[in-house]
Design a protein around this ligand. Structure first.
Ligand code: NAD
Length: 476
């Protein structure tokens, strides 16, 4: 398969071009290197119609067949990991070895979710009747994915939507369409026509999708601002929504940690993927007793961390994924400097492309922009604390509530802090961990609903209660 050109959408089991196309930019150079299809409204209509037609048979296809198709899709994705990884780096920016991990992880996700059970709950089993609650699929699901984890987040939607008997039309970000289009091509023969559709387009396509009456549910991952627009649009015909949105995650580091041991891990949790992760540490609270040592250690790591084109081996951190985000992050950095904050920059970065040095902001005030806003780029504000109750209040003082972390040599103490954090996930002495069987979702304005786990799976279904009498006495 040729991975460098010829990108088509998958609609009704066929690979189709669009009448129009759009540039795809390599963020490491800032230059367009290929084009991807720009779907029209009639392309969208064709995908939804195909998915509606396919739903009629896919929903009653035996679950074992649906499982087998998803497993084959997972294996196929993994088998193409090397080729996809270099394409991933070109469009997304992340170093190739890490890109490969995402592709293998996507395959693992498809295969693991394929084994999940869709339980039938019995709420009553008495002398007179049995009441069963079955889970039925919803119809055609609309999947909308951002640019930071294009394969992972697509797989989080593909696996549960198709396992539960729905059909799917998925849309990658206009900034990272290529790997998802290639996934469409790879899965073309695996799913019956119309079950899995991939369409790519410009900024107009997302709003067209959320307004389209043919969708029963929107599974959206992206920013909180866009999530609110999605919900508003979906409300017109009461589409179901799952919204995975932004975060401003806090990590709290207690004074008993061994700074040299944990600094690398904390650094990774803040800067991996050049900090473009919804669950990255975005506010780092460090106890005053170890603050200076931790700051100096993190700064030293930043000064040695190679940032550059992800296709050059040896670079561990790539560019910001797109120009708009790059300018946003630069603006935040500029604001921090102009406000007189102490800004500690990491190793120099290439001038060409959307690169920003990995940067630590030394003890900024809580009300500064760099603390309050989700940077979604490599600027980490690090703050001092000496009172545990106070720092937990500061960590929770956010409109977001996605994830957080606690670092301590005393696991019990860390667990008691974790219990007080208002977030959907908390890690103790680790970072960025997720599993297909663990529910993931944001509290407060970080989201609505859940992905993954039994709860995530059930969001692709409706409960259907069936009351079954024990005898036919009343009708016989
Ligand atoms: P974004 O909201 O700009 O875009 C996300 C997707 O929505 C893209 O595919 C985009 O084309 C589409 N879109 C844009 N406007 C739309 C509209 N009006 N209607 C429908 N679709 C629309 O987000 P982004 O910049 O691509 O991603 C970064 C954001 O995503 C960050 O805030 C990050 O925290 C968040 N994120 C959250 C999670 C999570 O699981 N909670 C995971 C990854 C990223």
């Amino acid at each position: 398969m040729e991975f460098d050109r010829d990108y088509k959408m998958l609609i009704d089991g066929k690979l189709v071009a669009a009448a129009d196309d759009m540039d795809v930019v390599n963020p490491a150079t800032g230059k367009a290197f290929t084009k991807s299809p720009r779907a029209s409204e009639s392309d969208l209509n064709a995908a939804v119609e195909a998915a509606q037609k396919a739903f009629k048979s896919w929903k009653s296809t035996p679950i074992e067949e649906r499982r087998a198709a998803l497993k084959k899709a997972g294996q196929t994705l993994m088998a193409q990991a090397d080729q996809l990884a270099s394409l991933f780096t070109k469009e997304q920016g992340r170093p190739t070895a890490q890109a490969k991990e995402e592709i293998l992880g996507g395959g693992y996700w498809l295969m693991t979710v394929a084994d999940q059970e869709i339980p039938v709950e019995v709420t009553e089993d008495s002398d007179t009747r049995r009441v069963e609650v079955h889970r039925t699929p919803l119809g055609v699901v609309c999947g909308i994915v951002p640019w930071n984890f294009p394969i992972t987040l697509a797989c989080w939607k593909i696996a549960p939507a198709l396992l539960t008997g729905n059909t799917l039309v998925i849309k990658p970000s206009p900034f990272t369409p290529l790997c998802t289009l290639k996934m469409g091509e790879l899965f073309q023969e695996i799913f019956p026509p119309g079950v899995f559709n991939v369409i790519s387009g410009g900024d107009e396509l997302g709003p067209w999708m959320t307004a389209h009456p043919g969708f029963a549910k929107i599974s959206f991952t992206g920013s909180t601002a866009t999530g609110k627009r999605v919900m508003e649009s979906a409300s017109k015909d009461l589409k179901r929504v799952t919204l995975e949105l932004g975060g401003n995650d806090a990590s709290i580091v207690l004074p008993d940690v061994d700074v040299d041991k944990v600094a690398e891990q904390i650094f990774f949790g803040a800067f991996f993927n050049s900090a473009q992760i919804c669950v990255a540490t975005k506010r780092l609270y460090v106890h005053a007793d170890i603050y200076d040592k931790m700051r100096d250690r993190l700064h030293a790591i930043a000064q040695n961390a190679p940032v550059g084109d992800g296709s050059d081996q040896g670079n561990q951190f790539g560019p910001i994924q797109n120009r708009a985000q790059y300018e946003r992050v630069l603006n935040l950095l500029d604001d921090a400097k102009k406000s007189g904050l102490t800004v500690l920059e990491g190793k120099d970065v290439p001038e060409e492309g959307f690169f920003i040095p990995l940067t630590i902001v030394d003890n900024p005030p809580e009300d500064s922009r760099v603390v309050k806003e989700e940077a979604f780029g490599p600027i980490l504000p690090m703050m001092k604390f000496d009172d545990l109750d106070d720092v937990i209040d500061r960590a929770n003082d956010s409109e977001y509530g996605l994830a957080g972390a606690v670092w301590s040599a005393d696991i019990e103490k860390a667990a008691s802090v974790a219990a007080r954090m208002d977030t959907g996930t908390v890690w103790i002495n680790q970072n960025l961990q997720m599993t297909p069987l663990t529910p993931f979702g944001g509290h407060k304005q970080s989201g609505l609903g859940t992905e993954n786990g039994a709860e995530g799976l059930s969001e692709f279904t409706s409960p259907k209660a069936i009351f079954i009498p024990k005898s036919n006495a009343s009708v016989a």
